[in-house]
Write a protein that binds this ligand. Sequence first.
Ligand SMILES: [Zn+2]
Length: 114
Amino acid sequence: MGAADNEFVGEPGEVLRALHDDLEARAAALRTGATVPSGGISFGKRVGEGTSIAIERFADVAIHDQIVGQLALVDAALARVDEGTYGACQVCGKPIARERLEAIPWAATCVACA
Ligand SMILES: [Zn+2]
């Protein structure tokens, strides 16, 4: 119940930094042709709504580009954490629903503005 929710809300930067590191490692591995480890972070299970990133097998340039694009979104969200604006919709300024941020920690807009 509440404890886990509060924990997440309190540490969005931690989640985002873990995502950043994971994405960066995968992008780097793709560039070097290394085998991508299937990863300690089981975040893929939580990535549902609207995102097509597959945290499973990375074999081609399109996927690399996708990871880089994802990384940019995560970094932008990290910047908002630093600014103290994380969790506010970038369009209407209203708070983004916690459920949405749990599903998409890098979400920049509320559901209505997405
Ligand atoms: Zn909005």
